[in-house]
Write a protein that binds this ligand. Structure first.
Ligand code: FES
Length: 200
């Protein structure tokens, strides 16, 4: 049986006591009508806002929202967790508790660089598999893996919410659309153990 997520203490430490069946969030809480924007202007926060809006800022959509955040950012940094908590009107300790409870969430960057390739339907149709193959061949890294030298983590996403610019990727925080394998490898030049052309 899958254990229930914790209700985190104020210190952020996870406890299993009093675990709720989902995120422990109340469906009855008043949902905000507008997202609290992030001052950085980072486009990924905008995409995350759209995802939260799609869930009507419901607190019980926390896990889905964390998934989307990790797909967009590669990992869940504290500022990101705070941003989510603010928009879903959840205390940071609750968001942190859920993020640390599930193994599929990661709070630290794995590689020095992160490349997220969207493999959602729109991106897949437009050639996401060719993008993944190009990165795999150039950097010898598969989805969910980090190169041995710690330079590059390759992550896949189900949908970044940017289907209009498919195939979409996020390279070190920059959302890039209409990517070809050549475009993507150009972005990654110098990161991988071997360069995009296999010559490094
Ligand atoms: S399917 Fe890739 S951004 Fe939506």
């Amino acid at each position: 049986m899958t254990p229930s997520p914790p209700v985190a203490s104020q210190s952020g430490a996870a406890t299993k006591a009093g675990a709720a069946s989902k995120t422990g969030a109340s469906k009855a809480g008043a949902a905000p009508t507008a997202a609290a924007s992030h001052p950085s202007g980072d486009k990924r926060f905008k995409l995350l806002e759209v995802a939260m809006k799609r869930h009507q800022f419901r607190q019980d959509a926390l896990i889905e929202v964390l998934h989307t955040a990790q797909e967009l950012f590669g990992y869940l940094e504290p500022d990101l967790l705070y941003f989510i908590g603010r928009n879903l009107k959840l205390p940071p300790s609750r968001v942190y508790g859920v993020a640390t409870f599930y193994q599929f969430f990661t709070l630290k960057p794995k590689g020095r660089h992160t490349c997220v390739v969207c493999t959602g339907t729109a991106c897949y149709v437009k050639g996401a598999d060719a993008l993944l193959a190009a990165v795999r061949d150039a950097a010898h890294v598969g989805p969910g893996e980090t190169t041995e030298d710690g330079e590059l983590s390759l992550v896949t996403a189900r949908c970044l919410g940017a289907c209009g610019i498919a195939p979409a990727v996020v390279v070190d925080g920059a959302v890039l659309g209409h990517q070809t394998p050549e475009d993507l490898l150009r972005q990654m030049e110098g990161w991988a153990p071997r360069g995009p052309s296999g010559t490094a």
